[in-house]
Design a protein around this ligand. Structure first.
Ligand code: HEM
Length: 587
């Protein structure tokens, strides 16, 4: 009874002042600009200090001899009441502002998402198909949907260039900082996390553009051909067996990235299992789309002890490789001319901070491993499901091989791998199968978030049947905006029969089935475009050409493709649902 009287007194006495402070904290601080991990941590720390001080002050006002359980309960209740008086109005102010007064309040979307992204995090639990969730929102609310307090999703192929194109004024959104715990966000991490366009451009030019320019790309071709050959020999020993489509491709693509990136094989092919250093690929991105919806939650989680434990074996592998490269670099005459990408980047990397060096190293295999493996798996899935398409591709490959064998000139003898690559690189149907898979199963299927410039931008909307519909819309500044990749690539306004695998839409056989080419955005574009696109096409063309020249692939008995089609998860990169296949050697 005495306690409840005290609580009432406390609320009456301090409540109004704390409520004003709470609303003030929102209006004067939280409402303005971005709050990065550092700000969230500083806030939480000061919150902790204030609460401990309050508790101590409360206990200090009690005689030490009566510091029993009741004094502690009284102290804790007092701290909780004061917190409620502060945070209650603060959160109420945030909710009311976001729902009714925010600069995005006129855009349609569910109220739960307008006020917080917790509802989005909740919907992703269990399913993690964020691209599907966003797509459903577009079906319900139209082409521009408010998907969060500061977020808009735009289902418009014509908006892609304005948001992601070479002359776009949009920059990367705060999401890219959230993946990292601490440090200097502008310099201490890899290009993928760099949001400042100038700093990003400088780093990209100094490192990645060196490792993936035309000359460098040509130097990787022999490695891809030879590694693929080893993979096919290993696969030959498993013909007739039921294999997992995605797991099999992962063995090859990570070995390729180990060798091309670092000059080191993970030996996945020889052992026919993923190297233990790579086990993170199964765990690390799970839950991404849940925690990334609530930035403050992500800030907290990435700081928890052990949060990086799935990445540790891979981290040790990277650290060992970096030490080795640095040692080679300091040894006169060594390390400069090696064919791998990191050796090409290393001379420009020595001035980076230790954490930036590590982060760039970590990115090499992560960015290139899953993306290519997931596209090659998708091609295999569609070919296994569509035998007539497979036969047509094999006919094209057989014809190219015949022409290649007949040539037998001096150049092809001196550079057999380069000559092989030249013979297949522009085969129309091979490229069409790859592009059609990238359209249907883009490795980055959901939102790629960008921030609009302070002055805002006008974005074009898809043409509508009604003449009264607006043709463009103004998006205010400081808005997080994205075009969802998979939905726009399956929008019937952009592709006829959008759900079907029809490679001919990319050749001169059925170009009319592609209504809007600008809707194709698997690598995005502009300043932050994929640095490994050239390498990805080299890998995908060589692997698929060599594989299908030699093998026929079928879906295993009882495989209906449901898991692949319905259980592929969106963890920023796609984690493919499994499907089972059988390879047989062609006669
Ligand atoms: C089919 C294969 C691939 C696809 C579809 C793909 C797609 C993408 C996309 C969409 C982005 C932008 C992500 C964002 O801004 O959030 C990206 C960035 C990047 N990709 Fe790829 N990628 C592929 C293969 C590769 C390969 C083989 C590498 C080689 C290491 C690579 C290296 C990178 C890097 C370094 C970035 C960051 C670029 C920057 O921030 O400037 N990617 N990729």
């Amino acid at each position: 009874m005495a306690l409840s009287v005290d609580v009432l007194e406390l609320t009456k006495h301090h409540g109004p002042r704390l409520a004003v402070a709470g609303v003030g904290a929102h209006l004067l601080y939280w409402m303005h600009g971005e709050r990065n991990n550092k700000a969230v941590r500083a806030w939480l720390l000061s919150h902790l200090i204030v609460n401990v001080a309050l508790l101590a002050f409360n206990l200090a006002n009690t005689q030490p001899e009566s510091w029993g359980i009741s004094s502690w309960i009284r102290g804790l209740v007092t701290v909780s009441v004061l917190n409620t008086c502060f945070y209650g109005p603060l959160f109420a102010s945030i909710l009311i502002y976001r729902a009714f007064f925010h600069r995005l309040h006129r855009f349609p979307g569910p109220v739960a998402l307008k006020v917080s992204k917790l509802a989005a995090a909740y919907s992703n639990i269990g399913k993690e198909r964020d691209f599907e969730r966003i797509w459903d929102l577009h079906k319900q609310y139209g082409d521009v949907v408010r998907t969060g307090p500061q977020e808009l999703s735009v289902l418009s192929a014509d908006a892609i260039d304005v948001i992601y194109g070479p002359s776009s004024r949009c920059t990367r959104a705060i999401w890219y900082d959230r993946l990292k715990a601490s440090g200097d966000f502008s310099e201490d991490y890899a290009v993928f996390h760099m949001r400042n366009p100038v700093a990003h451009g400088k780093r990209r030019k100094a490192l990645w553009d060196k490792a993936f320019n035309i000359r460098a790309l040509k130097s990787y071709q022999p490695v891809v051909v030879q590694t693929t050959q080893r993979f096919l020999d290993a696969l030959r020993q498993r013909t007739g067996q039921t294999l997992s489509g995605p797991d099999t491709m992962q063995l090859l693509s990570y070995d390729l990235m180990g060798i091309i990136g670092w000059g080191y094989s993970f030996n996945n092919i020889e052992k026919w299992e993923l190297n233990p250093a790579l086990h993170f690929v199964k765990h690390v991105t799970a839950g991404q789309r849940i925690i990334s919806q609530a930035p403050w939650l992500m800030s907290l989680l990435v700081n928890l002890p052990g949060a990086d434990s799935p990445l540790r074996p891979y981290g040790s592998w990277i650290q060992a490789r970096i030490r080795e490269k640095l040692r080679l670099l300091k040894t006169p005459g060594q390390g400069r001319e090696t064919a791998d990408a990191m050796s090409k980047m290393m001379p420009a990397m020595v001035n980076l901070s230790e954490s930036a060096l590590y982060s760039e190293g970590e990115l090499m295999v992560i960015a290139g491993g899953d993306t290519t493996s997931s596209t090659m798996s998708a091609v295999i899935f569609h070919l296994a499901r569509n035998p007539s398409v497979q036969r047509k591709l094999q006919a094209e490959l057989d014809e190219a091989a015949q022409c290649h064998d007949q040539k037998d000139d001096e150049v092809s003898n001196a550079e057999p791998e380069a000559s092989y690559y030249r013979s297949i690189s522009s085969l129309p149907y091979l490229n069409a199968c790859i592009n059609e898979s990238l359209r249907l199963q883009p490795p980055v299927p959901g939102e790629i978030p960008r921030k609009t410039p302070l002055e805002g931008i006008h974005i074009p909307l898809p043409a509508s049947s009604s003449s009264s519909s607006p043709t463009s819309v103004f998006i205010p500044g400081d808005t997080i905006i994205s075009v969802p990749v998979l939905p726009v690539q399956r929008d019937p306004r952009n592709y006829v029969h959008p759900e079907d695998f029809i490679p001919e839409r990319w050749t001169d056989e059925k170009p009319e089935l592609t209504l809007n080419k600008s809707a194709f955005m698997p690598f995005v574009g502009g300043a932050y475009t994929c640095a490994g696109k050239g390498l990805a096409y080299i890998e995908m063309r060589i692997v698929l050409a060599k594989l299908l020249e030699r093998f026929e692939v079928k879906l295993a008995d009882g495989e209906d493709g449901r898991r692949f089609l319905e259980e592929t998860r969106d963890c920023h990169v796609a984690h493919l649902g499994d499907f089972r296949v059988v390879y047989e050697e062609r006669r």
